[in-house]
Design a protein around this ligand. Structure first.
Ligand SMILES: [Zn+2]
Length: 822
């Protein structure tokens, strides 16, 4: 590969001159130099203004009434007018197309109808707004304050929350020969907030607070004290046509292949050269947006025949979104490759003692701008890291060699992947070969702990000078003995158990290997195709974590970090998700998979019940803001449920409740004779059908319906609407009470009578509740299901013909079968 030879030379030069970039060759082009982009970036009002009266602008679910006032237009760029300032008496009505979205708006506005009043608004657009307003207006006698336009441009560039390159988005449509359909309104609201944005983009609404694409319409407030996405949904006609799905692909391009050549120096500086091959999804594609970490500065972009291309990338502390301007438009279906040369510090952190942390997680290379795990791309990667270090990356390793002062490894994706990643450092490694499935598991941990842990070790050693408060003896002992390489065996053993177990339940993976690696970040883990990052703090015991003030709560995720992350090989990577609405399945299913792991490895069966009790506690406890996760919204609203009103609540919803939803399905499908077979068949069918694709909540529901059992078919129509409406799309939480008595019938056989009461639900709530018997010998067995409707009770009797030893009692929720308040 001649490119590598050249890179090697470039790197030699680099060591002498300390340049930030290691790749040389292509003629560098200055960022942001495209003249049309410059015009948009420096745009002002153009002098054209109209007076308006009773003008209605309908933009999907939003209706803007401009009752009276003046509209001033921005200067045209390439003959296209992309903005207007309104001053006068205006009103905006938002009528969301989904019941859940209407309910959430009602909760936030405390009003029946979302109706905002304003005297100022700024509209940015590439649709027909200019023509519409101009046609309806009459010559204006006054002008507008150009400062209003400028302040919205500044907010997009510098506001801590927003920082999104609006001009980069407008440029896509201004340079395209096709008509645009983008619309965004900054509304200076009088009722709800002075910092409101309504946005509509047929290629996915902008990720201003968090990504909501592929949904095209959103309303949000960006006031730091009142921050959140209030509503997001698909276009109205997509609901009519039944195409409003989380798996919808409306991005401008699909990336087919990435050739990534990456050099990471000892000081953690990263420099890369990416050859990105994509297919246009639209006609007239001139500007291609990518997701690249803000401190990785682009030096040059080249197109075909090494032609230098213009690109957009503003300062790293501003709206640094990277896009490439193509020399001529592409048609839908046309393939093209761009070569991006980039580099910088801060994308990877040097944590000391051979520990490195890749801060730029999914965007250390020019990744797809649609930031989900629903796009599958093939990768060829070469990494050059300092000699003596080891790297584990996604895909399979083709070669490992030394080239001068560098360790050079080459990697190739076995199948198209959702994302590419790596972990490296002065690692020790151990490996184990699995026979069934045929699999290579490797475990990596650093020889020495990172600086910050070393600091703690010093502080807790007898000679350290940590204040006595907090220096528990337990912490001293445990940390004093902490050896990061001891983690290797533990992680290896967990993977050796988890991979065959999950393969048995969910079916085989397309990957043939898995690397478990230690990462220095304390508070999260992450899974990649064939690679897992385990947080170093998950290896500390709970006493140590507590005494260090690193208390995340030892429930749920923290008990099962490794089995949870291994399960993401199936949930998130093999079966992807394309929308925030379906992320609950990735996190919830991974968490539920970990319960299978606990059930298998823990000798004490109480541990399994304890796990579910903890999960229930997470879902139903009140947070600092006074909210219970179960109440704030359905799992299908995902991270949108985090807002300044309800606090950081999503994690305590989508992980444990997502897990509970799948657990309840498992419990309903469980059969006394065949055990988990129904459940396994369902999950294997789901993985087989959606492997290498993104699955939606609705896809999963259809799969459960395909394998529905008689006990689950409460409506007799082979549909699971009743269950999904209650627990997936809804926020129901029933309470149960059970009493039972054991007597003898006329024949002297044991007779169990019971009464189950269901309460705290609405009249349509229904549930099928498994009933268990606690036997004389201490075992507990499932015996029947009771169906309960609304707030009601059922009573019954079980004659146990021929039973010599009467059972102790009947009980419900023995396996936490139903998510309930008690
Ligand atoms: Zn996870």
């Amino acid at each position: 590969m001649p490119r590598h030879t050249r890179a090697g030379l470039a790197f030699g030069v680099l060591l002498l001159c300390f340049s930030a970039l290691a790749w040389a060759g292509d003629a560098p082009s200055a960022p942001n130099s495209d003249p049309t982009y410059q015009q948009l970036r420096n745009l002002g009002l153009g002098g054209e203004a109209v007076a308006v009266g009773n003008l209605t602008l309908k933009r999907d679910a939003a209706t803007f009434h401009l009752r009276s006032g003046t509209v001033c237009f921005v200067a045209p760029v390439q003959g296209k007018v992309t903005g207007a300032v309104f001053i006068g008496d205006g009103n905006m009505i938002l009528d969301a197309p989904l019941a859940a979205e209407r309910a959430s708006l009602k909760l936030l506005t405390k009003e029946e109808e979302f109706s905002e009043a304003f005297t100022q608004a700024v509209f940015r657009f590439t649709d027909s707004t200019y023509d519409e307003i101009k046609k309806a207006g009459s010559p204006a006698s006054t002008g507008c304050d150009g400062g209003l336009l400028r302040s919205t441009m500044d907010a997009m560039r510098h506001d801590r929350v927003l920082k999104w390159n609006l001009e980069g988005r407008l440029l896509q449509d201004v340079l395209s020969p096709e008509p645009g359909a983008f619309f965004l309104a900054f509304v200076h609201g009088k009722k709800y907030s002075s910092k409101e944005i309504f946005a509509l983009d047929p290629h996915g609404a902008p990720p201003l607070i968090l990504p909501v694409a592929p949904e095209e319409v959103e309303f949000l407030t960006y006031d730091e004290n009142k921050l959140g996405v209030w509503a997001a949904f698909h276009l109205a006609d997509e609901y009519k046509k039944n195409t409003a799905a989380g798996s919808q692909k409306n991005a401008l391009v699909h990336i087919e292949h990435q050739q990534l050549d990456t050099i990471i120096e000892k000081n953690a500086n990263l420099s890369g050269k990416a050859v990105t091959t994509f297919v246009s999804n639209v006609n007239g594609l001139r500007v291609v947006p990518f997701d690249l970490f803000r401190t990785l500065r682009v030096e040059s972009v080249a197109g075909k025949d090494n032609q230098s291309l213009a690109f957009v990338q503003e300062g790293k502390n501003d709206d640094a979104d990277f896009s490439v301007v193509l020399a001529k438009p592409l048609a839908a279906g046309e393939e093209y490759s761009v070569t991006t040369t980039y580099g910088g510090k801060e994308a990877v952190m040097n944590e000391g003692n051979g520990n490195y942390f890749p801060v730029a997680r999914e965007n250390w290379y020019p990744n797809s701008a649609s930031s989900s795990l629903g796009e599958y791309t093939a990768y060829d990667m070469t990494f050059r890291i300092p000699k003596g270090m080891k790297i584990a990356a996604t895909g399979s390793s083709l070669s490992d060699s030394n080239d001068g002062g560098q360790n050079v490894t080459v990697w190739k994706s076995e199948v198209p992947q959702t994302v590419a990643g790596f972990n490296f450092g002065r690692f020790k490694m151990e490996e184990a070969k699995l026979a069934v499935p045929e699999y290579m598991v490797r475990s990596y941990a650093n020889e020495e702990p990172p600086d910050w842990v070393k600091g703690l070790l010093r502080a807790t050693s007898p000679n350290g000078d940590l204040p006595t408060q907090g220096s528990h003896l337990g912490a001293q002992v445990a940390l004093g003995n902490m050896d990061t390489t001891g983690m290797i065996k533990h992680a290896l053993a967990e993977a050796q158990v988890a991979v065959p177990l999950y393969t048995d339940y969910f079916g085989p993976l397309p990957y043939k290997r898995l690397a478990m690696t230690q990462q220095t970040a304390c508070n999260f883990g992450q899974a990649w195709p064939a690679l897992v990052w385990l947080p170093i703090c998950s290896f500390f015991d709970s006493t140590v974590r507590h005494s260090l003030g690193l208390d995340f709560g030892d429930r749920g995720y923290w008990k099962v970090v490794a089995p949870h992350e291994v399960a993401h090989q199936w949930w998130g990577h093999m079966v992807g998700f394309n929308s925030y609405r379906d992320q609950w399945m990735s996190e919830g299913f991974a968490e539920m998979s970990a319960s299978l792991f606990i059930q298998l490895v823990e000798k004490n069966p109480k541990k399994f019940a304890e796990f579910w009790r903890d999960e229930r506690e997470l879902i139903t406890q009140r947070n600092r803001e006074g909210y219970r996760a179960i109440d704030v919204g359905p799992v299908t609203m995902g991270y949108r449920l985090n807002n300044s009103r309800t606090g950081n609540i999503t994690r305590d919803l989508i992980y444990p409740k997502g897990a509970y939803i799948l657990h309840m399905i498992r419990m309903m499908m469980w059969d006394g004779k065949t055990g988990d077979q129904n459940f396994k068949t369902t999950m294997q069918d789901f993985v087989k059908t959606y492997g290498g694709k993104a699955a939606t909540t609705e896809d999963f529901k259809a799969m459960v319906e395909k394998h529905i059992t008689p006990v689950m078919d409460l409506d007799g129509n082979h549909r699971m609407d009743w269950f999904f409406n209650e627990y997936v799309y809804g926020t129901a939480l029933p309470s149960y009470n059970m009493t039972s008595a054991v007597d003898k019938d006329a024949n002297g056989d044991p007779l169990v009578s019971f009464k189950i009461t269901q309460s705290d639900v609405d009249k349509d709530f229904r549930m099928t509740v498994p009933i268990y018997l606690e036997l004389a010998d201490g075992r507990t067995v499932g015996i029947a299901h009771a169906q309960l409707n609304g707030n009601s009770s059922v009573e019954g009797k079980f004659p146990l013909k021929g039973w010599k030893n009467p059972p102790k009692r009947a009980l419900i929720n023995f396996n936490y079968d139903v998510l309930a308040a008690n």
